[in-house]
Design a protein around this ligand. Sequence first.
Ligand code: ADP
Length: 256
Amino acid sequence: ILLFGGLIGLVVAVAAGYYLANRALVPIRLSLEKQQQFVSDASHELRTPLSVIQVHSELLLRHPDHTIEQDSKLISNVLQEAKRMSKLVSGLLTLARSDSNQLELERKPVQFDRIVQECVGKMQMLAEIKGILMHAEVESPIPMVADEERLQQLLVTVLDNAIKYTPDDGVVRVVCRKFAHSAQLEIEDTGIGISPEDLPRVFDRFYRGDKSRTRQEGGTGLGLAIAKWVVERHGGKIRLESKRSNGTRVYITLPL
Ligand code: ADP
């Protein structure tokens, strides 16, 4: 009986040990799978502009008989794809560094209202080219301790999306208010909106609602993933509300 009891005890101990070790390994396995997926998505995304650059450069070399217009078109495509690659690589670097906690915020006392006004000013020209009306209502002053460069990156991404995904003659409205402990920013557009299936995934890396459209607009699918990292690293929150064809509203809350 003693021997039998001992054997059962041993089997139970081994099974429990196996179960616990497996449970402890689950987060490591998931993180490895995520990392592998990230590398595979990144390679895939880099391959497309690379192959365009390769094919167009070969065409340039093999056709000395091309007219200046034909050559200019090819060179401009090569340049456009090289710019896309450069944007992708810097986005990838930011995310890779943030994953390994190598990216620290450089917090300093800043005026959030000034940063918002400056970014709106910077994007105004882009909006005007598309005939989009952009207006901002910004409460002042909003002092906060934050990383100015990262906040600019966040604002430019969200404003750029609002302009990119809004057809000509649309409207982009920016409202920024100060509360007791936080600043709240709303960026609303009258653009194409996001379908309910896409909405939960817009913060995923490389996720793009309409791949061909965002490629055409120079999108990388990394903008909102980085924006979320910036907001959360500051202890804030970001969320989107949208309906297909009914515009999009981005809500950002940042602690002061
Ligand atoms: P991208 O570089 O493709 O714009 P983002 O990460 O910035 O990548 O955004 C992810 C996706 O979310 C976009 O491809 C687009 O489908 C959707 N999206 C983001 N902002 C808006 C917006 N203001 N209006 C409509 N769709 C948007």
